[in-house]
Design a binder for this molecule. Structure first.
Ligand code: MRU
Length: 349
């Protein structure tokens, strides 16, 4: 287990490790209402698809705990209001919508129970979502091992470790599992402009775990493949369409193109809660655009001249034809993904 947790329930509050302050400060914030949870997701105190899904589930538990309702129908109305608020916090990661829907299904299935019982059921569902995420990540790590040679030079984008999940991680969970099973791994971490999840967060995690790594600028990945050699790229995902197109942190698509050009396998690792079978292709994935300041400023310093417009897509979509395989807790899907993902989801994903 990691010595830190991206999130934890403290009895009457949700504690989040404030990821905006890492690596210089390890500070937790305590949130007591769904409004603060939605704001923490929006401002990226917590980030990463599975982590924001679990946080939103706890946000609904807070809504239920805080509600003064004595009638179950009034409690449901208060929880629905919080669900709307949380759904509007970030648009791309489907885990957010998946987790909220899962809790709401529990709510609707128990609309005839007492308020206190329903409050408890909502909290239990949030705990289940969190626990299942950890199990899924460990299973993803195990499932991927036949694809990880020994030794392995691995290229990774963004942060997909314990911080981006409830614990262990998806793509970085695969790295961790390889390392824990005695493989010699070296991870090249894209710094991941503009929020620097690779440089700030992935490097911080790998440092704590003692996993050998090197931070590179995003633009270096092609040259690192050519000059040093990379055995595989592995990244996470925020939403995977039924045809295998995968949305992930901006820059992932460029990395996949470079991998294709160099004959490097390109793997996407994600729990099945990231697969959105309701959309046929990546064209239907809503892509978040974030504030210009993320690009124009580094810290407090402006680095782009006043008057120069910027475009800040937070995510991109890697087309399925650039993806070698999609690794989930329910198994590994290979192209054609329309068929393999459908099979995998039917088999219990
Ligand atoms: O904007 P972020 O930091 O929330 O983006 C995170 C990513 O793109 C991750 O790769 C993805 O959520 C998978 S995390 C297991």
């Amino acid at each position: 287990m990691a010595i830190f947790r991206s999130l934890e329930w403290s009895g009457n509050a949700l504690r989040l490790l404030d990821q905006r302050r890492l690596p210089s400060e390890t500070r937790y914030v305590e949130l007591y209402d769904p409004e603060s949870v939605a704001e923490a997701i929006r401002s990226m105190v917590i980030r990463g698809a599975p982590a924001i899904g679990a946080a939103a589930a706890y946000g609904l538990a807070l809504a239920a705990l805080n509600s003064p309702a004595v009638q179950t129908s009034d409690l449901i109305r208060d929880v629905e209001k919080a669900a709307d608020l949380l759904r509007n916090s970030r648009p791309t990661a489907v885990n957010l919508f998946w987790a909220i829907q899962r809790v709401m299904n529990k709510v609707y299935a128990n609309h005839e129970t007492t308020c206190d019982k329903l409050r408890d059921l909502i909290l239990q569902e949030a705990h289940k979502i969190a626990e299942e995420d950890i199990r899924a990540n460990r299973q993803i790590g195990q499932n991927a091992q036949p694809l990880v040679p020994n030794p392995a030079r691995i290229l990774h984008h963004c942060n997909t470790g314990s911080l981006a999940t409830v614990d262990y991680g998806t793509a970085l969970g695969i790295v961790r599992c390889a390392f824990e099973s005695g493989k010699q791994v070296h991870v090249y971490l894209d710094e991941t402009r503009p929020r620097l999840q690779g440089a700030r967060l992935s490097a911080w995690e790998l440092n704590q775990l003692g996993i050998p790594h090197t931070v590179i600028v995003d633009g270096a990945s092609g040259f690192v493949m050519r000059k040093i050699g990379i055995d595989l790229c592995v990244v996470g995902a925020d939403r995977i369409a039924a045809n295998g197109d995968a949305a992930n942190k901006i820059g992932t698509y460029n990395l996949a193109l470079a991998a294709k050009a160099h004959g490097v396998p390109f793997y996407v690792a994600a729990p099945t809660s990231t697969i959105d079978m309701n959309i046929r292709s990546g064209d239907e994935i809503p892509i978040e655009e974030r504030s210009a300041e993320e690009i124009t400023h580094v810290g407090k310093e402006r680095i782009v001249p006043e008057g120069s417009p910027v475009l800040n897509f937070a995510f991109d979509v890697t087309p399925a034809h650039l993806i070698t395989a999609i690794i989930t807790e329910a198994g590994i899907a290979y192209p054609p993904f329309e068929e393999s993902l459908a099979r995998l989801m039917d088999s219990g994903g």
